[in-house]
Design a protein around this ligand. Structure first.
Ligand code: HEM
Length: 353
C-alpha cells in the first residue's frame, strides 16, 4: 500500500529526524502506547455495544429466514464506531468525511498516470483537513481527538496532520475483527471460551485476554501489513555475506508467522499461543512491526477489536455461511477475503444473562 507514503503528507511515517521524534511522541501520548486498557476504554465499550446492538438487531430475533450478516453491513457499523472513537459522537454519520478519506487514499494508491491532478487532489485534501480540523476544535474529552487537543505540542507536530493515520489505520482492524469472528465461528471450543469472556461483569473496563489473543492469532495467520521495510544503519553480515549500511531489508510477515521461524505455530487457529504460550515475546511474530517505528496503536487496536468481538458475541451465535468454509480439522488457508465473509446470526444461550 503506497498511500501512507503520500498521504497524509505530515504524518509520522513520512517524517524524519527531530520532527519525526516529536510526532512519534505525540502518537504515543494520545494512543497511550504501553497501556493495554486505554483511558478511553469506557468510550470504546459503550460505542461498540451501541453500534453492534443496532447492527445485529435485524438478524437476531431467531424467527423465520433472515438476511445474513455480511461485510457491507459490518463495515457501516465499524466506521461509525471508529469515527466516534477518533472524533467523537458528532462524527458518527459523517459520510462526507468518509468519502473524502476514501478518495484521497484511492488517489494516493493509484499509479501516477491515474492519479487526481495536483490541484484537484490539493483541493480535496484541503477540504478534508478543514473538516477534520473542525472536529479537532470541538472534540469531546472522550475521543482521541479530544485527548490530542490537550497534549502540548510545538506547531510542527501538526496534530491535525496526524489524525488521518488514526482513521485509515483502523481499516485493518475492521478486517481483523471480521476474520476473527469467522475463525471463532469455525472453532466451537474457542467460541465457547470467547462467549464466556464476552458476558458482562460489573466493575470498570477490563482487558479481555481471550478475545485479545484471538485478534493477535488472527493477525498472525492473516497479517494486514504483510511487508515490513527496514534500512540498515551499519554494515552487517547476513548469512555469510557482507552487507553495506543503507541496505534495504524486506520482511515478509506471512513467511515469518507461519513457515520458517514461525513454523511451530503452524496453520492452526490457537489463541492460546498468546495467552500462555511463547508468541508474545517471539521476534518472528511482527503483526504490529517492532522497534522504534512499531505500531504505537497496537494496544488500542487490540482493545477495540476485543470489545467489538465481545459486543458481537454477546447474546448471539454466528455460523459462517460463506466459502471457503473453515474446517478446524484442516489447515487454516493462506488467505481469507474479509469482504466475502457472511454469517447466519441466531440468539445464543447467554442472551438472557
Ligand atoms: C489491525 C490494525 C493495525 C495493524 C496490524 C497495524 C500494524 C502496523 C505496522 C506493521 C506498522 C509499521 C511498524 C513497523 O514498521 O515496525 C504500523 C505503524 C503505525 N501504526 Fe499501526 N496498525 C494497525 C492499526 C493502527 C491504528 C488503529 C492506529 C492509530 C489509532 C495505528 C497507528 C500507527 C502509526 C501512527 C504508525 C506509524 C508509526 C511510526 O512510523 O513511528 N495503527 N502499524
Amino acid at each position: 500500500m503506497a498511500a501512507p507514503a503520500r498521504f497524509p503528507p505530515h504524518g509520522v511515517l513520512l517524517s524524519e529526524g527531530d520532527v519525526r521524534e516529536e510526532r512519534r511522541a505525540f502518537h504515543e501520548e494520545v494512543l497511550q502506547t504501553p497501556r493495554p486498557v486505554h483511558g478511553l476504554a469506557s468510550t470504546v465499550i459503550r460505542v461498540a455495544e451501541e453500534e453492534c446492538a443496532a447492527l445485529l438487531a435485524p438478524y437476531a430475533d431467531g424467527r423465520g429466514p433472515v438476511a445474513e450478516l455480511d461485510w457491507a453491513a459490518f463495515d457501516r457499523a465499524w466506521w461509525r464506531i471508529v469515527r466516534r472513537i477518533v472524533l467523537g459522537d458528532a462524527a458518527r454519520d459523517d459520510l462526507v468525511l468518509a468519502e473524502q478519506l476514501r478518495r484521497l487514499r484511492a488517489a494516493a494508491n493509484r499509479p501516477l498516470s491515474h492519479r487526481l491532478s495536483g490541484p484537484r487532489r490539493r483541493a480535496l485534501r484541503d477540504a478534508f483537513l478543514r473538516r477534520l480540523g473542525g472536529y479537532l476544535e470541538r472534540a469531546p474529552a472522550g475521543s482521541l481527538a479530544g485527548i490530542a487537543r490537550r497534549v502540548p505540542v510545538s506547531a510542527r507536530t501538526d496534530p491535525a496532520g496526524q489524525l488521518p493515520h488514526w482513521l485509515f489505520a483502523y481499516d485493518a482492524a475492521g478486517m481483523t475483527t471480521l476474520r476473527a469472528l469467522a475463525l471463532l465461528a469455525a472453532h466451537p471450543g474457542q467460541a465457547a471460551l470467547a462467549h464466556g469472556e464476552a458476558v458482562p461483569r460489573g466493575g470498570g473496563p477490563r482487558e479481555l485476554p481471550l478475545l485479545r489473543a484471538a485478534a493477535l492469532e488472527t493477525l498472525r495467520l492473516f497479517p494486514t501489513t504483510p511487508l515490513l521495510l527496514r534500512e540498515s544503519t551499519a554494515g552487517t553480515v547476513w548469512h555469510g555475506e557482507r552487507v553495506p549500511p543503507g541496505t534495504v531489508f524486506l520482511l515478509y510477515a506471512p513467511y515469518l508467522h507461519r513457515a520458517g521461524p514461525g513454523a511451530a505455530y503452524g496453520d492452526v487457529f490457537a489463541p492460546a499461543h498468546w495467552t500462555g504460550g511463547a508468541a508474545p515475546g517471539d521476534p518472528a511474530l511482527v503483526p504490529f512491526g517492532a522497534g522504534p517505528a512499531g505500531c504505537p496503536g497496537e494496544n488500542l487496536v487490540l482493545l477495540t477489536v476485543s470489545c467489538v468481538l465481545a459486543a458481537l458475541l454477546r447474546g448471539h451465535s454466528h455460523r459462517l455461511t460463506s466459502h471457503p468454509a473453515l474446517n478446524p480439522l484442516l489447515p487454516v488457508p493462506a488467505a481469507l477475503d474479509p469482504f466475502a465473509l457472511r454469517f447466519r446470526v441466531t440468539p445464543h444461550a447467554d442472551a438472557g444473562r
